[in-house]
Design a protein around this ligand. Sequence first.
Ligand code: G6P
Length: 493
Amino acid sequence: MKKRVLVASNRGPVSYQFGPDGTLTGRRGGGGLVAGVAEGLAATAPEAEVAWICAALSDADRAVARQRPGDTLGPDDIPVRMLDIPPDVFDRAYNNVANSILWFVQHMLFDTPNQPRFGREFRQDWAAYLAYNEAFAAAMADEAAGSASSAGVRALIQDYHLSLAPRLLRDKLGGGDADLGIAHFSHTPWAPPDYYRMLPAEVGEAVLDGMLGADHVGFHADRWAAAFLDCCAAILGARVSRDGNGYGSVGQVVHRGHVSEVAVHPLGVDAPALRARAGADDVRAHATVLGQAAAGRKLIVRVDRTELSKNIVRGLDAYRELLATRPEWHGRVVHLAFAYPSRSTVPEYRAYTERVRQVAAEITAEFGTPDWNPLVLEVKDDYPRSLAACTVADVLLVNPVRDGMNLVAQEGPVLSERGCALVLSRDAGAAATLHGDALLVNPYDVSETAAALHRALAMPDAERRRRSDALAATAAASPPARWFGDQLAALDR
Ligand code: G6P
């Protein structure tokens, strides 16, 4: 008898588009969460009865959800159930609560003299967020009930969109002696109590209480797990202990008579699969073009969603300061900045995108010459080209103000052909594992970042190669299958 393993996340592994003739075509969903879960779930599939529950994100997704409820297939033939949540409910839950409030709290992004502001409108948004979480909990309960298996149910619920779902699911399924295991995983950082308390009291409490409906509450790094434990103690008054207990555990929270294990599972990369992908013709072709365009100059690469937390503007400012203070690099370096569209329904993201374009244009105007373009900003999402840039980079710049983990910092060294130096924010979760071989910077300190870029560019080849190999080995040591399998093993215990 196989176990039933359910994954729930807002963004699923497949998204649909309407063609000009109205036909629907599916494409792989993007982002680190999706890639990690897809590989983890595929590795589990032979021993379990798996399903992935996600939201329909567009009209095309909704059309698929209506035509074929419950039987879309994702990569590796994983059954995908897309939820057709009413557009207004989805919009309020995803844009207004998850992305504009919870994401901002965990990444500490608020411009606090002006934002946030919690009034009546927010209470309506919050009701929608609850309804959205209810829809996921109901679908998971339904999937669990519809399963042929009685060997137990494991639900792995992802991220800040679904913080209430673990409690809601436990309320539906947790009675009797059901073999039910629920895990929640945050792909974001976690804010310290003083910042977290900005949320209205009932909301801050509901988020923690919701997550503590899980048996296993996971984070990418110790810092975020520790801050979560601090919030449980300070805001809920829950009983918190900080003893590791195996399986990544760093502590326990006892709340409403239930024990939740709090654990750290860093998510790295599937290095062999990534290298195989980078060997494909489309990536090789891009690498050739990028190499020719660089014409022997050093390449500083960054690849991000255009996301406030990624700190792209300060990164560009640091490059500008490098060129202003170290004229020896003029004509000898090019910065390839890939900043792909993201969450453009949120006004702050649109304004930030404009600012990125503006600063990039200023740098080109200030330093460019007829035969040297110091900066190439690309805003059109192109996955093969991003992989290609990582293969040829001399320096990789990853400087988020805060980041749950950061996949690019790990993919870059794995893909690098000649070895790349990594300039990395100390406030990325990945710094916990990569700190020994990266050049760590304070993400707010533009001068320090400029100095680190100089050091990275000037690094002797042998040292760059050695550091890059060590970074790649660290990234490869926590592949998605392990990240996923460790959480399942913890639930089975
Ligand atoms: C982060 C979050 C994910 C999210 C991704 C892309 O990695 O942790 O949950 O899916 O960003 O954001 P989006 O809003 O486009 O899904």
